[in-house]
Design a protein around this ligand. Structure first.
Ligand code: ZN
Length: 306
């Protein structure tokens, strides 16, 4: 079968490898789509994580189950939250599967994992419907937060992004107000919009110093800052402000699929609307990774179809 493997910085190759056989406790899944995640791009640009997660946002149909797997049967639709899914098949530990409704649209299933990341963070940050939220970044992570917050009934969500197509998408998906943080100073704008108070919750969805600072300075006294961006550099933070404003900062990288599935159940959340391209596996390096990291970025979420 064909598989895209990570060989190093900006080096992804399509290889012919044997089909995986499911071992004890594993399930073999025929991949329908695997989304390219921000963490995949991070590895592509900066080198591998200690435990690589390359190609972990996939969905597909169970082709076979290994010994001791009793809770799944071949033919079921699932999401696989396990690296190595830029491939025709994957052998995935059963506990890394998410059971999805069998009628679920494949594109929706393909973005369930990032939506589950937002679900986890919103749950851990205890965001309430009556609270005001600022999200720095309108890429996949930021937009998933927006969709989750909307599903929870949060009315006021301000967002920023440098790219116009992402700002437009945020507006389309219901953000209260969206601006370019290069042109408008976010903390001042947020103060103006909240009668000088600041937002209850600020969400960092990029992973750079400027957006983290915007979040820390936009959150109210005793506010919360949720951080899900992946940082390459070590940011310089104004710790005195952090202390005197009694900010709570929460780092999140886990997922909470039950809440994401609940949002989808209401029918009001359409996370697949952030998918901008579906590309064949053979084109993953050029049309996938190079396109998402190049200077002319019009894509938001790209799905790879083996
Ligand atoms: Zn991901």
């Amino acid at each position: 079968m064909k598989k895209a493997t990570y060989h190093g910085i900006r080096d992804i190759r399509i290889e012919e490898v044997p089909e995986p056989a499911p071992g004890r406790g594993e399930v073999k899944v025929k991949i329908r789509y695997c989304g390219i995640c921000g963490s995949d791009l991070h590895e592509y640009l900066h080198g591998p994580f200690p435990r690589s997660t390359f190609g972990h946002e996939a969905c597909g149909t169970i082709a076979a189950v290994g010994p001791d797997v009793t809770e799944y049967v071949p033919g079921e639709r699932v999401c696989t939250v396990f690296p190595g899914a830029f491939a025709e098949y994957i052998a995935c530990p059963a506990e890394r599967l998410i059971r999805i409704p069998q009628s679920m649209d494949w594109k929706r299933a393909a973005v369930l994992e990032p939506l589950s990341g937002a679900a986890y963070a919103i749950d851990r940050g205890r965001v309430m419907p009556e609270e005001t939220v600022f999200i720095a970044g309108a890429g996949t992570v930021g937009l998933m937060f927006l969709l989750g917050l909307k599903a929870m009934g949060v009315h006021t969500v301000y967002m920023t992004d440098l790219l116009e197509n992402r700002r437009r998408k945020a507006e389309e998906l219901g953000a209260t107000q969206v601006w370019n943080p290069k042109q408008v100073k976010s903390p001042a704008k947020v103060k103006e919009l909240t009668q000088g108070r600041g937002v209850d919750v600020a969400i960092e969805a990029v992973g750079v110093e400027a957006t983290l600072k915007d979040c820390l300075a936009s959150a109210m006294y005793r506010g919360r800052v949720i951080v899900q961006g992946i940082f390459t550099e070590r940011p310089q933070i104004h710790m005195l402000g952090f202390v005197t404003r009694e900010t709570t900062m929460i780092g999140t990288s886990s997922i909470y699929p039950p809440l994401a599935l609940q949002w989808l159940d209401t029918g009001k959340t359409l996370p697949e609307s952030i998918i901008t391209d579906i590309i064949p596996l053979a084109d993953i390096a050029e049309s996938g990774f190079a396109a998402l990291t190049g200077s002319n970025q019009t894509a938001i979420k790209i799905l790879v179809e083996p």
